[in-house]
Structure formats: C-alpha cells, structure tokens
Design a binder for this molecule. Structure first.
Ligand code: SF4
Ligand code: SF4
Length: 264
C-alpha cells in the first residue's frame, strides 16, 4: 500500500487532485481511497487531502500520518506549513516550484520532484489552478499510476474544452517534471505570522497603480476580507490581511490592480 498527502490552498483543487488520482488507480484495477480534510473552506486557506492505493484487505480508513509521497500544489506553502511532517525517509516530495529539485532545501533525506505547475496552469488553463499539472508531475516522478489512467480520470471529471485543457496541463507537467536530490538542512526556517494574518495564504499579491485608480471604491466594497482602505481617494491594501484572492483585480473597472506572483 502507498499513502499520499496533498497540500494546497483553497481554490487550487487539492481535493479534486486526490479524487482524480484515486480514480486513476481504480481504473488500473487497484483499490484506492480519497480522503479530503476540510478546514477553512475559503480561497487561499491551506487545504489537505489524502490518497491510499493498494490491496483492499490492507486498507485502513484513518488520515495519513506517514506518507510515502507528499504533493504540494502551492509554491509558497512550504514557507509556513511543515509539509514533510511524517514523510518516510524513502519517500518523495513532489513540488510545484520554479526551481530545480537539487536547489530545494528539505529537512528529510528524501527525493524531490519539481515542476512549475503554476506557470503551466496559467499558460494552459489561464488560471493558477495547479491540481491537474501536479498530477502529471506525480505520474512522471513516481510511476505509481500511468499517465493514460490520469487522463482517463480527468475525462471522467470534466467534459469538452475544460477536460482538454486539463489533459494538456497534465501532459505538459509530465514532460517538464525533473527528479533530483534536494539540499539537506537540519531545520527549515518557517515564517511565523500572527493568527489573524492571511499574508501566508497568498500566491499572488495585488499591486495598485495609483495613476490608474479612479477611486470608484468597487474593490473596497467587494474585498471579502475588508483589507482595502480608501486614502485620499485611492485604493490602499493592507497586505497583512490580504489573502491574494484576486477579486479586487477582477472587479476593478479600469484595471488599476495587477496580481503579481509572490517571490518563491
Ligand atoms: S485586497 Fe484584493 S486580493 Fe487581497 S483579499 Fe482583498 S480582494 Fe482579495
Ligand atoms: S476598483 Fe480600481 S479604480 Fe476602483 S478604487 Fe479600486 S483600484 Fe481604484
């Protein structure tokens, strides 16, 4: 039996990824489970999901505490979440990352696979929904399920153009994934933020053009976290509480807000 833990943020599709992987394994005649762990169901909040693949008689129904594989859908999550917790020493960390696996610092003696799933998702799907791209990376790096099975499971999840886009994301990531040995460090320094802050939820940061802002207050009214102030008739964002959902940028009538990726 193998056990897999997914880490992502609300809106990136970690739970869907776990379901598609479990379905792909099932299509290959294996027994599988997909277990979502629901917490704060909001865009940007850390999310966890689990998959087991193996023989039916050996299946337990608990959460996964000592995974063989950890799959991380968000490039910045490692800054605040201990994603390698419980990961077996023989295991593998599969990351959405713009850097190569041998440039990544990890506090366990494990293999690492990396692919820039955000870039692939933006190019292929047009949104930073990284779940299908990271499944392509999982297939390539582990060989635990076949690419064709994941593609079939994607076709069972969506139809038409949406299915084709997601299949392209799987294939692109499969082709671009690299496996290597990361840099071992005793302890990863993680960011600590106040319990109310949502700064570590962000993958993208809204940046306001003061010149373009016409002070219409649309963003101020629609920000779900109330972290926008109007100062001298211009929009000002409190980055301590902004979770990077992008609603302000989507709704601004004059495109005065641009979502820029946080530095990995
Ligand atoms: S400021 Fe914009 S990106 Fe940040 S939480 Fe508010 S709506 Fe979302
Ligand atoms: S929605 Fe755009 S133009 Fe209106 S206040 Fe916000 S940033 Fe300025």
């Amino acid at each position: 039996m193998i056990e897999i833990r997914f880490h992502g943020r609300g809106g990136q599709g970690a739970v869907t990824a776990s379901r598609i992987l479990a379905t792909a394994a099932f299509l290959e005649g294996k027994h599988s489970q997909s277990i979502p762990m629901y917490g704060t169901e909001r865009r940007g909040a850390p999310v966890t999901a689990f998959v087991r693949i193996g023989k039916k008689e050996r299946m337990v129904r608990s959460l996964v505490h000592e995974p063989d594989y950890v799959v991380v859908l968000d490039p910045l999550l490692r800054k605040s979440v201990d994603v390698t917790q419980g990961l077996k020493e023989s295991g593998m960390l599969i990351l959405n990352s713009s850097v190569t696996p041998d440039q990544i610092e990890v506090d366990k003696h494990v293999k690492t696979a990396a692919v820039d799933a955000t870039e692939i998702a933006l190019q292929v799907i047009g949104r930073p929904i990284t779940n299908t791209a990271i499944l392509g990376a999982f297939c390539k790096a582990t060989g635990e399920v076949k690419l064709e099975s994941v593609i079939e499971a994607v076709r069972g999840t969506w139809s038409g153009g949406l299915a084709e886009m997601n299949i392209k994301a799987v294939e692109e990531a499969y082709n671009q994934t690299k496996v290597g040995t990361p840099i071992f460090v005793e302890k990863i320094q993680r960011e600590t933020v106040s319990s109310n802050s949502k700064a570590d939820w962000r993958t993208f940061q809204p940046v306001v053009s003061v010149e373009k802002c016409i002070g219409c207050k649309q963003c101020w009214m629609l920000c779900p976290d109330g972290c926008i102030d109007m100062v001298d008739g211009k929009c000002v964002i409190d980055y301590n509480y902004c979770k990077g959902c992008g609603i302000c940028a989507e709704e601004c009538p004059v495109d005065a807000i641009e979502m820029k990726m946080e530095v990995e």
